[in-house]
Design a protein around this ligand. Structure first.
Ligand SMILES: Cc1ncc(COP(=O)(O)O)c(C=O)c1O
Ligand SMILES: [Zn+2]
Length: 421
């Protein structure tokens, strides 16, 4: 194993590999997993970056904080397609827009990457139960993966979580605790119960292993581009754990020389849930010089999120500092759009690229479009738009912008009448 310990993203304090907690004991900040890059660089030459024979994220096992790949779930997580979406890109004057379709994961969202690595960690620790708080996708993913290996799973959700996601949780056999309150209430309750019962806690941001699973998306993007980094990756952001995972993956690859430069990482948010974009703007207006920020002093002000894109509706981001660092240190943009632009992006993706995205995932395209129209991006830049969740997760939102079928009597004449185009 090349995993050597943890470093606090806020104060920089280190912990060794045997550290049994989740967050920094010194300041409460989120931890980042660290590796021995020198050894990795030496041992993992280009052709050994990938473990032959694995069709999933565990092909990058050298770069994961686990030792028992045999404990990985049998479902295929990751290695999702990267499409060159030329008609979609051309619609806003961009030549090289790629869609990374993570809606094709086993539970239909990006979260399977995190759940799979967290599950292996839980099994290595002989955990009896995995638990987590979730607004939907993280929980349904954990439930799905846990079911695939027979691990008991308890998920705390806010009572008002969307029906499709609740259905997934229940159908995979998780114990679903619907908390009368917000996601934050569910999150805090899950922490307390896990501590009391000694359960493995997969809570986003709080558990450093989720980011490690999510970084595999960057490994795949670069592998699919022939081990070249794109110019940009744009990521729909709520808690900030996905975007910080994308950033971590790129940094890992850069540190061992697998890519020769870092891409910009752009954060896409709804105007109605923009805590991270707000924090980035505050730093920019303070004329932040790269590298000069004292990260321990950054405060991310909570918002009152109201966006219809439930997966990115977050008051208090749980991995906010890491997300802000991803954008600022990579030189990316923080872009926000109103909800009607998010909804409009769903049929655009579907009709110009054949990819059906849930509202949160469509937010990434809506924000990329805005960047193109505002000329924040050059026409020839290679940009990857991560499609983080499948459109079938939220059919009601899709129906609002899908149009209506033409209802007719079952006769050829009636069909001919409506088909005369
Ligand atoms: C489909 C989808 N997109 C984007 C996100 C945002 O990820 P994060 O909360 O880590 O910023 C999520 C998280 O739930 C999601 O499910
Ligand atoms: Zn700390």
């Amino acid at each position: 194993m090349y995993f050597i310990g943890f470093r606090c993203l806020k104060c920089g304090a280190g912990q060794d590999r045997d550290f049994a907690g989740y967050i920094c004991p010194a300041c409460g900040g989120n931890l980042e997993v660290i590796y021995n890059y020198d050894r990795l660089k030496h041992d993992v030459a280009r052709d050994r970056m990938v473990t032959a024979g694995r069709p999933d994220i565990f092909r990058y096992a050298h770069f994961l904080p686990i030792s028992r790949v045999d404990l990985a779930p049998p479902l295929k997580v990751g290695m999702t397609p990267l499409y060159h979406a030329d008609r979609l890109g051309a619609s806003v004057g961009l030549k090289h827009v790629y869609l990374k379709d993570d809606g094709l994961n086993p539970s239909a969202s990006f979260k399977d990457r995190a759940g799979a690595v967290a599950l292996v960690r839980a099994r290595e620790l002989n955990a009896k139960v995995v638990a987590g708080a979730s607004t939907g996708n993280a929980g349904s993913s954990m439930a799905c993966l846990a079911a695939s290996v027979g691990m008991p799973c308890v998920i705390f959700v806010p009572e008002k979580a969307p029906p499709a996601k609740i259905a997934q949780l229940l159908i995979f056999g998780a114990k679903v605790i619907a908390v009368r309150g917000t996601y934050d209430d569910a999150f805090d309750l899950c922490l307390k119960v896990c501590e009391r019962r000694g359960w493995f806690n997969r809570n986003t941001g709080y558990n450093p292993f989720t980011r490690e699973g999510k970084k595999t998306c960057s490994f795949e993007i670069c592998e699919q581009l022939g081990w070249h980094a794109p110019d940009r990756v744009i990521v729909a952001t709520g808690d900030g754990n996905i975007i910080s995972g994308i950033w971590k993956g790129m940094r890992d690859l850069h540190a061992v020389g697998m890519i020769d430069r870092m891409p910009k990482i752009d954060c896409a948010q709804s105007e109605a849930s923009a805590a991270i974009a707000g924090a980035v703007r505050k730093l920019e207006t303070g004329n932040l010089k790269l590298g000069s920020a004292d990260w321990s002093r950054i405060v991310i002000d909570p918002v009152k999120a109201t966006t219809l894109a439930d997966s990115i509706s977050v008051d208090q981001p749980r991995d906010g500092l890491a997300a802000v660092r991803a954008v600022v240190e990579s030189g990316g943009e923080a872009v926000t759009v109103p909800d009607d632009e998010i909804l409009a992006a769903i049929p655009e993706l579907a009709r110009r690229a054949g990819v059906f995205a849930e509202p949160a995932a469509a937010c990434a395209w809506a924000c990329l479009k805005k960047m193109a129209l505002k000329k924040l991006i050059r026409p020839d830049e290679r940009v990857v738009c991560v499609i983080t969740g499948n459109g079938l997760k939220d059919v009601a939102s899709a129906r609002r912008v899908a149009g209506e079928p033409i209802v007719i009597d079952p006769t050829v004449e009636a069909a001919e009448t409506v088909l005369k185009i």
